[in-house]
Design a binder for this molecule. Structure first.
Ligand code: 13P
Length: 408
């Protein structure tokens, strides 16, 4: 499931003592925060990472580094390697920050190497891109963004999506108190998503988190987070104070519905009501007989649920991956800790009973069978175990929709 990401970039601030008192306070506040839909992280200076690692042990707070070299070791005076960062418990790394580009002269080439190097070591690169005021005034924003994005990612051949983050930080908004308006940020961020879909694929682009950074405060965070393509924020100044950063991280997120963006999303209104209501009741599902073909009901249902941020595991022995999700050859092989609440079975009538028997062993709350399938024996088996079984779930309309709608 794609989670919102809130990162506090401390830049060149805080001694060891200050780090300790900040983290002790912040972690105490975090205890009361529901973190189901979001991840929270801080990027202290390198000198405080070791101490931070000790303090955040077993806590829901991730560590971010502010830069990294691409090599494991060697003659790179003044640099720190991704290997060393891993040792310090770091999981994400900020790269190409505008201060690195404009004060320290880092080029697109250097940044691309850093992104690739960090990725190669299993850390998540956060590629920062953004236009200057002059570029915006000369109406070059999208051109600059496209070029920084393509250049910065040029050595990454394939990504899953959850292993890469992009941060849009307009240079004119950093540390100035003038944030981009939500619609300015959304315009650029939906453009970034479209370009990511061209570079990788639309499924991967959907999974990449795109953050906004530049004068984020407790006052403007709620409106920024309403935008469909703002998946989180990179906060500078306001993250230096525990109260302010905690306020930012704890806001209620109400996304506005996506209209007029450059990415066309399919219309899911033809899905059966039961499927549309899944997000209200459940979080983890398994789809047996998941198809990699975009016009099949199982694909459409899975696509819908993944876009709602739900965890879905496909079971299909013939494929390695469907919609970017690793597939499992059989119900027995899904990880025991996944504990699905719903199992949807897309199988022919004659194959249904043995699959239901195996599904019962996984102990979900509900088992669903696709349309046209009534199986009395399966029904009594499931009900005996206290599992609700829904048979003949109508997917006809989904099927029609898949065939007609080229967006799938
Ligand atoms: P401010 O929030 O201080 O504008 O800084 C933004 C930033 O550069 C985060 O990386």
């Amino acid at each position: 499931m794609k989670k919102y990401l809130f990162i506090g970039n401390w830049k060149m601030h805080k001694t060891l003592k200050e780090t300790e008192s900040y983290l002790v306070n912040f972690l105490e506040k975090l205890i009361d925060l529901e973190l189901l839909d979001r991840e929270i992280a801080i990027a202290p200076p390198f000198t405080a990472l070791f101490l931070a690692k000790e303090l955040v042990k077993n806590q829901p707070l991730k560590l971010v580094a502010q830069n990294s070299c691409w090599e494991e070791k060697g003659a790179f005076t003044g640099e720190i390697s991704p290997f060393m960062l891993k040792e310090l418990g770091v999981s994400l790394v900020i790269l190409g920050h505008s201060e690195r580009r404009h004060i320290f002269g880092e080029t697109d080439e250097i940044i691309a190497k850093r992104v690739w190097g960090v990725y190669k070591f299993g850390l998540i690169p956060i590629l920062c891109i953004g236009e200057t005021l002059e570029e915006r005034q000369a109406e070059k924003t999208l051109e600059v963004i496209e070029s920084q994005l393509k250049e910065g990612l040029k050595y990454l051949k394939e990504v899953r999506g959850d292993d890469l983050v992009i941060a849009y930080e307009p240079v004119w908004a950093i540390g100035t108190g003038i944030n981009a308006t939500p619609s300015q940020a959304e315009e650029v961020q939906s453009f970034i998503r479209k370009k990511l879909a061209e570079i990788f694929s639309s499924e991967v682009a959907e999974r990449i988190r795109i953050l906004y950074g530049g004068s984020v405060t407790p006052e403007n965070i709620e409106d920024l987070m309403k935008e469909p393509n703002i998946d989180g924020v990179l906060v500078g100044g306001a993250s230096l104070e525990v109260e302010k950063f905690f306020k930012i991280c704890s806001i209620k997120i109400n996304k506005r519905t996506q209209v007029n963006t450059q990415i066309s999303l399919p219309n899911y209104s033809n899905l059966p009501q039961e499927i549309l209501e899944i997000p209200k009741k459940y979080r983890r599902l398994v789809i047996v007989g998941a198809s990699p073909k975009s016009d099949r009901p199982s694909y459409i249902v899975m696509d819908y649920l993944l876009k709602q941020g739900f965890e879905v595991l496909p079971v299909n022995p013939a494929y390695k991956e469907i919609l970017g999700q690793k597939t499992y050859p059989s119900l027995e092989e899904i990880p025991p800790e996944f504990k699905p609440e719903v199992i949807i079975i897309f199988r022919k009538s004659e194959e249904v009973l043995p699959v239901v028997e195996r599904a019962i062993k996984v102990n979900p709350k509900v088992i669903w069978l696709q349309e046209g399938i009534y199986n009395k024996e399966a029904q009594s088996l499931a009900e005996k175990e206290g599992i609700k079984i829904i048979m003949n779930l109508c997917f006809k309309k989904v099927h029609m929709m898949g065939k007609k709608d080229k967006n799938f």
